[in-house]
Design a protein around this ligand. Structure first.
Ligand code: AKB
Length: 312
């Protein structure tokens, strides 16, 4: 990785990944692109609608990119509201990014998700290789995407890589339209109001990861020796699994009067119920040394500290 182009650079992951990659590879070597404009001037930025294949190719070529990190996508709850838009954006954007990578010989990363699993997938210690019959448009996109990335590798030799991210929690950019977003929102509201109404029901366990671990995982996988990778496009990765009452209890250790209540959203609850409780990340650990630094309590300490400063 020397010249990196990132799509969806202003999204939840992209907004931090750009900074992380610029700090490692140099500001001028990371081209951030998004459909929206930004005021951030820390390095090159271009407007890009990822459904515009020609512009994506031209930008990568003009920049001399050797790596494509494709992050632009709609998340699970929005994809359920707008399934056709999700298909066109998530699959159209992905195939355009893969084609640009094939033509320009770029290394390629895109995230899959725990959304690639469905109700018939084993819920506990979900294996790396298992049943994947998701019941959401997002999940359909993610499974198709995993297969498409495998195809571009075996058919065309593109160095495609990816992980199945769990819910990601960050104190920089808020997610939008996801099912796991409550686990970010809860920290903001804990500081602002000492209370939170969860749209996910008590007892619903989902995998999660703190953003610094997620960013490191992307860098580590992209830097890993290609010969060591068997599951190159869809590694299970996770740092923790918790229910709404468990994250509330973690917050109460620091904000004792924090109160949790529930107003369950049937759409997002159904999506959450179709996902695993906790996935097994042993293939990622064995094949490229995946590791994490934050568990739930360590993440809570850091989130509350950073958000208190931010919201002051
Ligand atoms: C979502 O909730 O849609 C995402 C995901 C787990 O892929 N955070």
């Amino acid at each position: 990785m020397e010249r990196i182009m990132i799509t969806g650079a202003l999204g939840q992951i992209g907004s931090e990944l750009v900074g992380k990659m610029r700090s490692i590879y140099g500001n001028d070597n990371v081209l951030a692109t998004d459909i929206r404009q930004t005021a951030d001037q820390s390095g090159p930025f271009e407007i890009l609608d990822v459904t515009d294949a020609q512009r994506m190719y031209d930008l990568a070529k003009d920049f001399g990119a050797d790596t494509m990190v494709h992050m632009a996508a709609l998340l699970s709850a929005t994809a359920e509201e707008k399934p056709l838009l999700a298909w066109n954006l998530n699959m159209g954007g992905l195939v355009n990014a893969l084609e640009a990578s094939r033509k320009l010989g770029m290394q390629f990363f895109t995230p899959s998700s725990i959304g690639a699993f469905g109700p018939s997938t084993p819920k506990k210690d979900t294996p790396q290789d298992t049943l994947q019959r998701p019941t959401t448009m997002y999940g359909v996109n993610k499974v198709a995407g995993e297969l498409l990335c495998d195809y571009y590798h075996t058919k065309f030799g593109v160095d495609t890589r990816g992980v199945r991210f769990p819910g990601l929690i960050s104190n920089v950019a808020q997610p939008g339209g996801g099912t796991t977003d409550y686990a970010v929102d809860i920290y903001y509201q804990a500081i602002e109001k000492a209370s939170y109404t969860s749209y996910i029901a008590e007892g619903t366990a989902m995998d999660m990861m703190y953003m610094p671990d997620a960013l490191q995982a992307i860098v580590d996988l992209m830097e890993a020796d290609s010969d060591q990778l068997i599951h190159r496009n869809a590694f299970n990765v996770t740092a923790m699994s918790f229910t709404p009452e468990e994250i509330a209890a973690s917050i109460q250790k620091h904000i004792p009067d924090f109160k949790m209540s529930y107003a369950v959203d049937p759409v997002r609850q159904e999506i959450a119920d179709s996902w695993p409780d906790n996935i097994d990340a042993s293939a990622a650990k064995a094949e490229w040394g995946f590791k994490t630094s934050y568990d739930l309590d360590a993440m809570t300490v850091d989130m509350l500290e950073k958000l208190k400063k931010k919201l002051q």
